[in-house]
Design a protein around this ligand. Sequence first.
Ligand code: FES
Length: 171
Amino acid sequence: MPVKQELNWYKIIPEIDKIVEENEFKEEELLEILHSTQEFIGYIPLEAQERIAKKLKVSPARVKSVISFYNHFTDQPRGKFEIAFCKGTACYVKGSEKIIDRIKNEFNLESGETTEDGLLSLEVVRCLGACGLAPVMTINGEAYGLLNPEKAIRIIEHKIKKASIEEVQMK
Ligand code: FES
C-alpha cells in the first residue's frame, strides 16, 4: 500500500519554481527538471507535475508521459530501501518468481508499492545485467546474487534491523 506522506507545499512549490527557472523555462530541459524535482521530494507527485507543466506551459499529460516512460522517475513515494528484483530470463529460469512471491508475502508488498512504514519498496524489473549471479536483486543499487527465498528475506531483514539500530543510536 502506498505510504501517506505529508508534503510541505509551501516549501516545495517555490523550489519547483526555482528549478524550472534555473532551466530557463525550457521544455527541452524537462528531464533535468524532473530529475531535480525527484531529488528534492523523493518522487514526483501529481501536484508537482502540474506545477512543472504550468511553468513550462505544456500539458500535465506531457509531463506525466515522460515520467511513465523512464523507469528512473516515479510518481509514488519510495521506501528507504528500494528493492529491484530481476525477472529476466536467467533469473526466471533459476526461480526468481518464487523468491519474489516470498518477498511479497513476507512484507505484504506488491511490485510498484511501498510498505506502510516507508521502509521497503519493490520493483520487479528486467535484466539487471548480472545474469551470472542469477537470481539477482539490488537494494538501493547494491547487487545481491545467487539468491533463494530464505537468503533474500535474510538480507532484507538484516537491512531493516541495521536501519532501526542506527535510528536508535542517533536519538
Ligand atoms: S536476467 Fe537477471 S540479471 Fe540478467
